[in-house]
Design a protein around this ligand. Structure first.
Ligand code: ADP
Ligand code: MG
Length: 762
């Protein structure tokens, strides 16, 4: 069953070589109780360790069930220890921080036996050694004899074929020794038991074979094996510790030093607290800035109008500041008036095309201001009346088809009815108190104090096209006087109020918008399309005087040209808009929109450039980048403390490795792989990392309350510090990763420990 062939083992310490085993030939039967006798230092323990696979022989061969172990891999040895061998040591070698039954179960735990089966088997062997009642005690609550019984129970638990006992009674009194010997004899009935002892009396009484050692050599064997019984039934199940077992072991160990673990976790959580706080603050400020940006965005569209003031001209004005007051010098300086500083924008067709080419995704709305008159009629008390469209109506930003950003939807609520972007639809905008200018209401024929929504929605107007609205008087044109006739004209377009809207409570843009009727840009597009070809427009183009008022245009001057242009625009000739308002979706979009507008000006002469107004631009670029910079610097500082704490964790883990050397040895003797030992310590650092991350996040969360109240006192901003849950989870993972990395080297050190030496350590 077990055969040693010329086994040699020597130890080198410095230059000195100790030959512990000098070529041992020895064979054991499947079932016998062998006692090994010999003086101290004769190589008995070395022999047991080699038989048990705890130590490697230098030369020779160990044959197990007819199979040579020369080609054994580490994992084979681990499995062999776990399944075939049960160790009993002089100093018991129990793991002190887990209970008796958990100690007994450990070997089975390592070989992956289910908890239920494990428990049953452990109770069985504990009963066998007479310790059923003590199963849930900790080892240090037992006497020496009892502890050795636990060790025996543990050795038996995995039902091994071979029990190796190294001076099992060495630390016990004679009476207890006898009890233990009897127990071992009982076991030896169906196993191979190899017991080292230096008590020849006990050996003589209990063992059925005595082997004697001296100076690493076998000098006597009372019952040597003659026949070669060959059984080739070697088959060992490999061991593997589950992550859960590793976690449980570490958790139990950590529980025995709660204070230290808590302090460690707390200390290393400081980095996490720092970063979490900084992130929640910068996150909060970003949210505030976003909100502010959104507000200003809605308030301040990019405006392109006929005239604009730009920064350059502002700085030109500043030049005058250098001039001396009440000067003695006899010099005169030209004073720049506001008019000099204004830049005249000539909005060309090309420019309008440029704006139309902007990606609609970037824009929440556009509105074009046109000079075109809307020839508007209404019927009040059955009488047709003319309305001055420019005083009661304004265009609303066309919102394109962008679902994400929509200036109208973002800033206004529909409080009654509905509206579409059709040219026929009008909406009535009321202020926060549901008011509309009295003059507007009067023009609509509404004079009551409280007007029902129903009386407004559904109200109709007629837009009359130029050819029906104006009639020719030869050289001049005038408005048709028979309003009843043109009202009924089949070419007239019917407008209808379809909804009532009101600004949202928190929309500053809405507050600035006043009240009145609003129409879609598509209405003016339609009117221009029709009226551009009308008789009056064609006639006006020919004449150098205003065809309605007879006023002359002096086309040799800029003013004269402009006046004619304005008249044509009024009449509906195809002209460019007077002003354009662009509502970018957000600030990133705004940048892109502005890039398009700046591109247009690229390489153009100064007077052909078109300047836009964008007040919000300055504030936001500054605030955003400053926040980012501050955040990065602060996070870098906190990151240093995180690194420091992970180094600290490394040290603590290393200390823990030193403290648990013995436990490492025991686990290895029970068949734990190197990997399992690494796992145990990684589990420990995992627990510490999890704890420190959790503590850090909780403390950071608690600190946001005082932080918020301080910020509120200083800035009137409520609830600024807000930890993004995503950031929290990432920080927790970082904390765990860093501590596990910190403990990686110590846990590798632990795994590398020689099990024999580890067992010998105290
Ligand atoms: P026994 O158990 O019979 O008392 P051991 O097998 O423990 O003897 O030791 C045999 C010899 O080998 C002793 O001389 C001991 O000093 C030496 N020895 C054992 N282990 C080591 C080691 N790890 N390093 C150096 N020498 C060792
Ligand atoms: Mg010894």
């Amino acid at each position: 069953m077990l055969k040693l062939k010329k086994i040699k083992k020597s130890y080198k310490t410095g230059d000195f070589v100790q030959h512990a085993l000098k070529g041992i030939d020895l064979e054991f039967r499947k079932n016998e109780f062998v006692a090994i006798l010999g003086p101290s230092g004769s190589g008995k323990t070395t022999l047991l360790n080699i038989i048990g696979g705890l130590d490697r022989y230098d030369s020779g061969d160990l044959i197990i069930n007819g199979k040579s172990t020369k080609k054994f891999k580490q994992s084979d040895w681990d499995a062999y220890r776990n399944n075939c061998i049960g160790f009993i040591f002089q100093s018991y070698n129990l793991i002190s921080h887990i209970s008796v039954i958990e100690n007994v179960e450990m070997g089975m735990t390592l070989s992956g036996i289910s908890a239920k089966k494990r428990h049953k088997k452990a109770m069985e062997v504990l009963k066998k050694v007479g310790l059923k009642e003590h199963a849930h005690k900790k080892p240090n609550q037992l006497s020496g004899g009892q502890m050795q019984r636990v060790a025996i129970a543990r050795a038996l638990a995995n039902n091994p074929d071979i029990i190796l006992a190294d001076e099992p009674t060495g630390a016990l009194d004679s009476k207890t020794s006898v009890q233990i010997m009897e127990l071992i004899t009982e076991i030896a009935k169906d196993k191979l038991v190899i017991m080292v002892t230096h008590n020849p009396e006990l050996a003589n009484v209990y063992a059925n074979r005595i082997v004697e050692f001296r100076d690493g050599e076998l000098i006597d064997d009372s019952n040597p094996l003659e026949d070669n019984d060959k059984e080739n039934t070697y088959n060992i199940k490999k061991t593997a510790m589950s992550y859960l077992t590793a976690l449980k072991l570490s958790f139990n160990n950590i529980r025995t030093k709660k204070g230290r673990t808590l302090l460690t976790a707390f200390a290393s959580s400081i980095g996490i607290i720092g970063i979490a706080l900084i992130l929640s603050l910068s996150n909060g400020f970003k949210l505030q800035i976003d909100k502010f940006e959104k507000d200003t965005l809605s308030q301040a569209p990019i405006i392109i109008s006929k005239q604009s003031m730009n920064m350059d001209s502002m700085s030109k004005m500043k030049e005058d500041d250098d001039l001396e007051e009440y000067s003695e010098k006899e010099l005169i300086h030209p004073q720049k008036t506001v008019e000099n500083l204004v830049h005249k924008n000539i909005i060309t067709k090309e420019y309008v095309e440029t704006i139309k080419s902007i990606n609609p995704e970037l824009i929440g709305g556009i509105s074009y201001q046109r000079a075109t008159n809307i020839n508007l009629l209404t019927k009040i008390d059955n009488k047709v009346k003319q309305l001055d469209s420019s005083s009661i109506m304004s265009p609303m930003p066309s919102t394109l088809d962008n679902k994400e950003a929509n200036v109208m939807k973002d800033n206004f609520d529909i409080i009654y009815g509905n509206y579409t972007t059709n040219k026929e639809d009008l909406v009535l905008l009321v202020d926060s108190k549901n008011r509309v200018a009295e003059s507007t209401l009067k023009a609509l024929g509404l004079t009551e104090k409280d007007i029902d929504f129903k009386d407004i929605v559904g109200k109709e107007f007629k837009v009359i096209l130029n050819n029906d609205y104006y009639k020719s008087l030869g050289e001049f044109y005038t408005i048709e006087t028979d309003l009843e006739k043109i009202y009924k004209n089949e070419n007239a377009l019917t407008l209808k109020i379809t909804g009532i809207i009101r600004g949202k409570k928190d929309s500053d843009f809405a507050k600035l918008s006043g009240s009145g009727l609003m129409y879609n840009n598509s209405l003016t597009d339609y009117i221009i399309e029709k009226n551009n070809k009308s008789d009056i427009v064609n006639a006006q183009k020919e004449k150098n005087y205003n065809i309605l008022t007879t006023e002359l245009f002096d086309e040799s001057t800029e003013e004269g040209k402009e006046a004619k242009e304005m008249t044509l625009s009024y009449l509906g000739a195809e002209t460019t808009p007077v002003a354009i308002q662009l509502y970018p979706k957000d600030f990133d979009s705004k940048d892109e929109v502005l890039k398009v507008l700046d591109n247009y000006n690229e390489g153009k002469k100064d007077e052909d450039k078109i300047q836009y107004m964008d007040q919000a631009k300055l504030i936001t670029t500054m605030s955003g980048s400053i926040m980012d910079a501050i955040t990065i610097v602060l996070i870098a500082f906190s990151a240093i403390s995180l690194v420091v704490s992970s180094i600290m964790i490394g040290i603590i883990t290393y200390i823990s490795v030193l403290e648990r050397t013995k436990e490492i040895g025991i686990l290895r003797a029970l068949g734990a792989r190197k990997k399992d030992i690494t796992r145990v310590f990684n589990a420990e650092t995992f627990i510490i990392g999890l704890a420190s991350g959790t503590i850090g996040l909780i403390i950071a969360k608690l600190l946001t309350f005082p932080a918020n109240s301080i910020i509120e006192n200083l800035t009137k901003l409520e609830n600024v510090a807000k930890l993004n849950p995503k950031h929290g989870i990432i920080l927790l993972i970082i904390s765990i990763l860093l501590t596990v990395i910190g403990g990686l080297i110590p846990s590798k050190v632990a795994a590398k420990k020689d099990p024999v030496e580890a067992l010998r350590s105290e």
